[in-house]
Design a protein around this ligand. Structure first.
Ligand code: RIB
Ligand code: CA
Length: 312
């Protein structure tokens, strides 16, 4: 029986790979995609979610628009440099149009409806800021038992990718991240930068993606801008498909090796804002978060590629 899945996303180039990979995976039943601000503004992430589902041949999956901004303080910065002004490497208008307007219930209402209707626990895979998920848990605490697990791409135990301390999704809304990571209602797996940056997709992988079918070719074209940004910023011809690593874990539980840690998020306005700080000992500071720390990287990349190839 496929696991019901909701992806909460800010597409986003790596989000695009993750969404298509999930759409091709029979282990999950993609019940909804909810959009959140992040890499680009909410209007663009919402349109992009609809476009990616149309590209994947899944026009029936509803899209709900969620938070346009963080819970408390303004978003520190967006990521057009990496994802392009349209969020999809300049390819957004080359994709099919969304099959339908966004669901009138919005992200929280749509997630709540999926949770109520599901006959078994639902996996939620947030691959952007955690604002929508924090709102869902605040507005509908009665639905928490219906969530099987949350698998979040975000955070870092080491250096950040926006500031020295903070990873992008955490920094977008530290208060939301703290709320989700310190709640005991739902098991959380956190897939941090420390792991996702150890899974670089190089030229051979991108070339194989482009040859994997029409969807793979489109994703390879979407990746081109992201790849140029990596070459420009880091001098390497490889990209980190952060979100695809996390969503593969949501699709295939156990793909990533994890260790339990209580994690708190720095919510002050100082230089460490958005840092995800683990307690190294069994911690009274809160419930354990399963923090992903290792995986067979080659198998992860091969798994993502093979699944996208199934779309043709
Ligand atoms: O730090 C990586 C994360 O930020 C990914 O989710 C990427 O899409 C961006 O949102
Ligand atoms: Ca993302």
């Amino acid at each position: 029986m496929p696991t019901p899945l909701i992806i909460d996303t800010d597409p986003g180039v790596d989000d695009a790979v993750a969404i298509l990979m999930a759409a091709a995976s029979p282990e999950v039943d993609l019940r909804a995609v909810t959009a959140v601000f992040g890499n680009v503004p909410l209007a663009a992430t919402t349109r992009n979610a609809g476009r990616l589902l149309a590209l994947a041949g899944r026009p029936e999956v509803p899209v709900g628009a969620g938070a346009a901004r963080p819970l408390v303080h303004a978003q520190a910065e967006r990521a057009e440099r990496w994802h392009g002004g349209d969020g999809l490497g300049g390819r957004a208008t080359a994709l099919p149009a969304p099959a339908a307007p966004p669901d009138p219930r919005g992200a929280v209402g749509l997630m709540a409806a999926v949770l109520r209707e599901a006959s078994e626990p639902v996996t939620i895979a947030p691959i952007g800021p955690l604002t929508n998920v924090a709102l869902l848990l605040a507005v509908h605490p009665e639905l928490a038992p219906r969530i099987g697990r949350i698998v979040w791409m975000g955070g870092t135990l080491g250096a950040g990718n926006v500031t020295g301390a903070a990873e992008f999704n955490a920094l977008c809304d530290p208060e939301a991240a703290h709320r989700v990571l310190t709640q005991a209602d739902v098991p959380v797996t956190m897939v941090p930068l420390d792991l996702t940056t150890r899974c670089p997709a190089g030229p051979d992988w991108v070339e194989a993606l482009g040859a994997a079918g029409s969807r793979g070719l489109e994703l390879a074209q979407i990746i081109a801008h992201y790849r140029a940004a990596y070459r420009d910023r880091y001098g390497v011809d490889a990209v980190a498909l952060h979100d695809a690593v996390a969503v593969l874990e949501a699709v295939l539980p156990g793909t990533l090796r994890t260790t339990p840690m209580a994690v708190r998020v720095a919510c002050d306005l100082g230089p460490a804002r958005g840092a995800t700080v683990p307690a190294r000992r069994p911690a009274p500071e809160g419930p354990p978060v399963q923090v992903a720390h290792d995986a067979d990287m080659d198998a992860v990349l091969a798994g993502v590629l093979e699944r996208v190839g199934r779309l043709g």
